[in-house]
Design a protein around this ligand. Sequence first.
Ligand code: SDX
Length: 384
Amino acid sequence: MTAENLTSGRIQIAMGLQDVVVDESKICFIDGKLPKLLYYGYNILELAENCSYEEIVHLLLKGKLPTKAELAAISKELIEARGLPADVLDTIRKAPKSSIPMDVLRTAVSQLALTDPKPNDDTPEGRYRKAIRLTALFPEIVAADYRARRGLDAVKNNPRLGHAANFMWLLHGKEAGPFVVKTMDVALVLHAEHSFNASTFTARVIAATLSDMYSAVTGAIGALKGPLHGGANEGVIKTLLEIGDASKVEPWILEKTKDKGFRLMGFGHRVYKALDPRAVVLKKYSEKSGKEAGITKWFEMSVKIEEMMKTREKPLYPNVDFYSASTYYTMGLPPEIFTPIFAVSRVAGWCAHVIEQQSHNRLIRPDCAYTGAMDVPFVPIDKR
Ligand code: SDX
C-alpha cells in the first residue's frame, strides 16, 4: 500500500487498530457504553460474586460453567499440574534482585516449554493440557520470585487448598484468612479475560502462525507488562504513594492534568466509555480490604480521584487497574507483584484465545501505508 492511497483518502489508517474487527469470538462480549462484560454470555458481576477462579477456568477452556463433578475434576487437574520444575525454580532463584518480576515471569514461562514432553502438541487434548499446566504454574512462579527477592525459599504447594488460597499460601507460607482468599479469588475472576486486548491479541497473532502455546503466552506476558496495559495497576499505587494523603489529591491532579500528554494510571479505556464493571466490584473490595486492615486512606484517596476525574469536562472513569491497586496494597501485597497477579489470572484467557484462534485459523498479517522513498538508485559502498 503506497502513500498516495493514503493521501487520496482511499484508505484510512486505524491507529492502534481502534474499532477494527479482525475476527469472530465466542469467549467474551464487551459493551463499552452500557457498560456490560460477559464471559461466554455470563455477566461478570454474577460470575465475580458466585464463581471460583477454577469455575472460570472451566468456562474459558470448555465454554461452559462446570457441574459439581466437572468442577471437582478440573480442580484436581490443576492441583495435579502443580509442581514447578527444579530448573525453572533455579532460574527464578538466580534472577538478579534488580530484575523486574514480569521479566522473571516471562523468562520462567518460556523455560517451561523446555520441560514439556510435547510442547508443540497442537491437538485439542495437547492444547488443553498445556493450558492447565500454565494456569497451575503461574502462581508458583510469581510466589517463588516474590520469596526469592526476600531471601526466602519457595514454599511447596498445599494440595488441600484451591487456586486462590494456594497462591496466598505460596506467597506467605501460611494459610490466608477467608476474606483475603475470597478477595484474591474475586480479583482472579475479574482479570481472567477481556476479549481482544493487547496481550490477548498478541497471543492470537503468535498462535495464528501455528506456533505453540508457550510462545503465545510468553509474548502475551511481554504485552501485559506495559504501563498502558496490565502495568497500570503498579502505576496506580505509585500515584497514591506519591500523592500521600487525601488532602493532596486535588492539587496533585490539577497540576498533573495541565499537561495534555499526561495519562493518569487506572483511568480511561479503549473500549469502556463509562465505568468498567470490574472497577465497580473492585471498588467494593478496596473498601472492604481497607476496613479489614484498618487502613482506609488508599480507598478514600481513590474515591476522591475518581470523583475529580468523573467531573472533568471530558469525564474519565476508572478501569480494572484503578481499585485493584488499593485492594492489593491493603491486603499487604507489594506493588511489584501487582502486574504478575494480573498475569496469574489472565493466563486462562490467553490460553482460551490460543485454542479458539487455532480452531479456525488464518495467519494474521495486516498491511501498512508505505511512506518511505521509492526506487532509490543503488550506490556501491566505495562511492557513498
Ligand atoms: C487494561 O483493552 C483492554 O481490555 C485492557 C484491559 C484488559 O482487561 O485487558 O482492560 C486492561 O489495560 C486497562 C487499561 C490500563 N491502562 C491505564 O490505566 C493507563 C492509562 N490509560 C490511558 O493510557 C488510556 O486510557 C488507554 C491506553 C487505556 C486507552 O488509550 P486510547 O484508547 O488510545 O486513548 P487515548 O490515549 O487516545 O486518549 C483518548 C482521550 C485523550 O484526550 P483527547 O486528546 O481526545 O482530548 O482520552 C484522554 C486523552 O487525553 N485520556 C486520558 C487518559 N486516558 C485517556 N487522559 C488522562 N489520563 C488518562 N488515563
